[in-house]
Design a protein around this ligand. Structure first.
Ligand code: F6P
Length: 544
């Protein structure tokens, strides 16, 4: 395959390589000591989020050169093309318009000659009316009982966003309603989620952009059987099932009345869809007003991304820092540690957002990308993570840039615990950056033999994101920040951040293997010797 070497050959890239060689050994200790204005200069605030990126291994020149690279790669032009509804998802010939999902009513964005904003708001209005009915008890189940349980069945982008948002906004949610999220095709997921629910009071939301996804269709069929076993009548489906999809024909074929379908469009990528109809469970949980506030948070960050110069553009700066570590320092991962129990599922959500977007090896013309693309995103909430893998970040041999996220006001009434949480957040960033030298350890009277074990090299970079409170608005801004951060990275590498062909092969092979697992006669296994042996072993165990 042809390798595209134009990126590495660009003067802006080469300037960064030269610059990296001259700053790679700089120490954050020295940089801070020599520059009292550093924290103030390397900070930006937008859409209610404050980013302190001063504890990164950068100097002013680094930001200047990264911004020059972004300009030379046409990141701004590509961003403008996205907002204008151009078909920047080239491998699927689609526009990429999640920003339209949160645009105000009086906006206009035209795709294929049609303004999409009125449709977006028409769906939001229908969702709001439906949510109000469920929340008020006005939407009755087949046997006249009000809905008390909402089960979202979906996977990937049709699951991770809703589940993450539900947990994040738990404090804003209607306590009278129980929410469950089923994704895995493992029957245990469905069985456990519904074990204590009364079918007469349960609403299933079948969330699938394509309405063909194996896991979701399988769990949806299990849900239908579970509901009908208790309700007995096909007519019950209309009161207990709604669909979120772009595929009206498949929804109807499944047996859900399309009057109970909330639509969206092919220009919404699955991993960018939590603020489309896919957010129905979120809206039912927190109510239409809070959902609108979530959308406003998204939109405020969109506007910042669309208008701020690169050097002051929060998502662009974060995307460029990811490129800096990934391509120049050779760091393979980015840790994301939200200091918030409510954001426990945020790293899982980000994994899909970032890695399905930028885990690509070819550029927009189908040529091999000559540099490293998407880093591995991973993380866990603090402080839990501190007692698990932080050891490796502090004293291991790998460079792991970490995004840390915190909120100044607690959601919980246990305010003193919030001080402890935030003290840990600030302390970890300080310890990672500045460490503890052998001299400092020795000065504490530590046995000289133990000094090396107790040294912290420091110089571990972090970016600190702070918001006042984990509100719907702040969550929207935070998600949009990472969406546009991913966009910026993809635009630098010149890849299609909006397709996901890499998930297809495994799906096809699983379809082929499924009947082989249950065949009664010895099947003709035409796989490699390892796969054949695994299938045989499974068959034996299954039959026993
Ligand atoms: O298999 C990956 C994927 O296509 C994701 O991109 C998507 O979010 C998920 O599956 C679910 O797809 P759907 O919403 O069509 O069921």
């Amino acid at each position: 395959m042809t390798v595209n070497a134009t990126l590495q050959a660009m003067p802006e890239w080469q300037a960064l390589e030269t610059h990296w060689a001259s700053v790679k050994d700089e120490r954050l200790r020295d940089l801070f000591a020599a520059d009292p204005g550093r924290a103030e200069r390397f900070a930006v605030e937008a859409a209610g989020l404050f980013l302190d990126y001063s504890k990164n291994r950068i100097v002013d020149e680094t930001v200047r050169l990264l911004a020059a690279l972004a300009r030379a790669r046409g990141v701004e032009a590509r961003r403008d093309a996205m907002f204008a509804g151009e078909k920047i998802n080239v491998s699927e010939n689609r526009a990429v318009l999640h920003v339209a999902l949160r645009a105000p009513r009086d906006w206009s964005i035209v795709v294929d000659g049609e303004d999409v904003i009125p449709e977006v708001h028409a769906v939001l209005d229908r969702m709001a009316a439906f949510s109000d009915q469920v929340r008020s008890g006005g939407w009755k189940g087949h046997t006249g009982k009000a809905i008390k349980n909402v089960v979202n069945i979906g996977i990937g982008g049709s699951h991770l966003g809703p589940e993450m948002a539900y947990r994040a906004l738990r404090g804003f949610s209607d306590d009278a309603l129980t929410f469950r999220f089923v994704a895995n095709v493992d029957g245990a997921a469905f069985t456990e989620a519904t074990a204590d629910l009364d079918p007469h009071e349960t609403l299933f939301i079948i969330a699938s952009k394509t309405f063909t996804t194996l896991e979701t269709m399988t769990n949806a069929a299990a849900a239908r059987a579970w509901a009908l076993a208790a309700l007995g009548d096909d007519k019950a489906i209309a009161r207990h099932f709604v669909a979120l999809s772009t595929n009206a024909a498949a929804v109807a074929e499944f047996g859900i009345d399309t009057a109970n379908m909330f639509g969206f469009w092919d220009w919404v990528g699955g991993r960018y869809s939590m603020d489309s109809a896919i957010g129905l469970s979120t809206m039912i949980a927190v109510g239409p007003d809070n959902f609108r506030s979530l959308l406003e948070g998204f939109h405020a960050m969109d506007e910042h991304f669309r208008t701020a110069p690169i050097e002051r553009n929060l998502p662009m700066l974060m995307g460029l820092l990811a490129v800096w570590y990934n391509d120049f320092f050779g760091a393979e991962t980015v840790g994301v540690m939200p200091y918030s129990a409510n954001l426990a599922r945020f790293p899982a959500y980000l994994q899909q957002l970032q890695m399905e977007s930028n885990g690509k090896h070819v550029d927009l013309e189908g040529r091999q990308v000559g540099v490293q693309t998407g880093p591995v995103y991973w993380g866990e909430p603090g402080t839990d993570a501190q007692h698990s893998f932080y050891q490796l970040i502090h004293q291991g041999t790998k460079l792991i840039p970490v995004d840390m996220i915190g909120f100044c006001a607690p959601l919980s009434p246990l305010a003193d615990q919030h001080d402890l949480l935030m003290a840990n957040l600030f302390a970890q960033a300080e310890a990672l950056a500045f460490g503890k030298t052998a001299e400092e350890v020795a000065a504490e009277g530590v046995d000289p033999k133990l000094v090396p074990f107790r040294v912290f090299e420091g110089n571990r970079p972090t970016s600190m994101i702070l918001a006042d409170r984990l509100t719907p608005h702040a969550l929207g801004a935070l998600v949009a920040l990472y969406e546009h951060n991913a966009f910026t990275q993809g635009a630098i590498w010149g890849i299609d951040s909006f397709d996901q062909w890499g998930v297809e092969l495994g799906k096809v092979l699983a379809k082929r293997i499924t009947p082989e697992l249950t065949a009664t006669s010895e099947p003709q296994l035409a796989h490699d010797s390892s796969t054949n042996a695994l299938i045989r072993r499974y068959r034996r165990a299954r039959a026993a």
